[in-house]
Design a protein around this ligand. Structure first.
Ligand SMILES: [Zn+2]
Ligand SMILES: [Zn+2]
Ligand SMILES: [Zn+2]
Ligand SMILES: [Zn+2]
Ligand SMILES: [Zn+2]
Length: 117
């Protein structure tokens, strides 16, 4: 006569240890922030003005009309935010747990998923 597995109560399943049963884990690529530093401006949000080459003045020594004398303009790639959405997690900051494929459960270690003790 076989009895139910004491550890899982006969379900054959236990909580996934990687995600604590949630089914999701922090994205490895962005550490759960959902954002990545922009590669063009290195997170600055600003890049050198292409019109004046960063000097802030044009050839007549007038204030550059593109950057208003700043020498820098908003980064085209991140639109001045310095961050880009993480493409790995689509900005959510978390991805499906690979251990349990997002189910939050794994086969019980003690009964190998059979539910029997
Ligand atoms: Zn079990
Ligand atoms: Zn991510
Ligand atoms: Zn300029
Ligand atoms: Zn940028
Ligand atoms: Zn999991």
């Amino acid at each position: 006569m076989s009895e139910s597995c004491f550890y899982c109560g006969g379900t054959g399943k236990e909580q996934c240890i990687d995600c604590n049963g949630v089914g999701k884990v922090d994205c490895y690529d962005c550490n759960g922030s959902g954002k990545k530093q922009c590669r063009w401006c290195y997170g600055d949000g600003k890049v050198e003005c292409s019109s004046c080459g960063g000097s802030g003045h044009d050839s007549d020594d007038e204030e550059c009309i593109l950057c208003y004398g700043d020498g820098k303009v908003d980064c085209y790639d991140c639109l001045g935010s310095g961050n880009k959405q993480c493409i790995w997690c689509f900005g959510f900051g978390e991805i499906d747990c690979s251990r349990c494929n997002g189910s939050g459960e794994q086969d019980c270690f003690y009964c190998q998923g059979s539910g029997l003790g």
